[in-house]
Design a protein around this ligand. Structure first.
Ligand SMILES: Cc1cc2nc3c(=O)[nH]c(=O)nc-3n(C[C@H](O)[C@H](O)[C@H](O)COP(=O)(O)O)c2cc1C
Length: 206
């Protein structure tokens, strides 16, 4: 009996671990481009090779998006109204969809489905990218004011950080409002207050 319980515990433990990926630390020395070179080169690109983006590179992009840059205050790379830190970043790739947790630098699996076609919506080129990041504003963070408008502004900062990180790393991306919001809301298990705002498909340029 004890053996059985241990085996069940082990299997459950393994499967729960499989739902959370610990990302490698972001590599803040992975680009030799200066800040102004990055600004000079930033552009929207809509053509992606199918070369996989590894977790080390993904970690660096996610940290740039809204990772912790002042650990003592738990503050992040992107500004946000009243420091609400309302933007949730979801990672969609072939092996499923994940929610990024900046504090522990982990990805929590929220779906086994490949949702990249839903992210692409009617712009099929976007489904070719190996990774798509989605910015969702969590309206519960705002008790007063127009949560949706503030969320859009906060998402813009995060998306721009992603654009600049991709340029620094030689990756292609484009900020997009187009996406199949109905499917994504359902499959990412979003509440009515969690608003899908922008996405960035990311890949090596074709
Ligand atoms: C808020 C916002 C929404 C956008 N939505 C889309 C989109 O749905 N699809 C797309 O292909 N590009 C989208 N873009 C990218 C713009 O078309 C692009 O930034 C613009 O043409 C200027 O080109 P550049 O980024 O190369 O300077 C969006 C850009 C912004 C800022």
């Amino acid at each position: 009996m004890r053996k059985l319980l241990v085996s069940v515990f082990f299997v459950l433990g393994l499967s729960s671990n499989a739902q959370t990926i610990q990302l490698p630390a972001p590599d803040l020395n992975s680009s030799s481009k200066s800040f102004f070179q990055v600004l000079s080169q930033r552009k929207s690109e809509r053509s992606f090779s199918n070369i996989v983006i590894n977790d080390a590179t993904l970690s660096t992009i996610l940290w740039s998006a809204c990772g912790i840059n002042r650990p003592e205050e738990k503050k992040i790379t992107a500004p946000s109204a009243i420091n609400a830190q309302d933007i949730l970043v979801y990672v969609c790739r072939a092996d499923g969809a994940y929610l990024y947790h900046p504090i522990d630098n982990t990805l929590e699996k929220v779906s086994d489905l490949d949702l990249r076609k839903a992210v692409a919506g009617n712009q099929t080129f976007a489904a070719e990218a190996p990774v798509s990041l989605i910015m969702v504003s969590d309206g519960v963070k705002f008790r007063h004011g127009n949560a949706e408008t503030i969320g859009m502004i906060d998402a813009g900062y995060v998306s721009e950080n992603i654009c600049l990180a991709c340029t620094a790393l030689g990756l292609a991306t484009v900020p997009r409002m187009s996406m199949d919001k109905e499917t994504l809301k359902k499959e990412l298990h979003l509440t009515d207050k969690q608003i899908l705002i922008l996405n960035n498909p990311i890949g090596f340029p074709k």
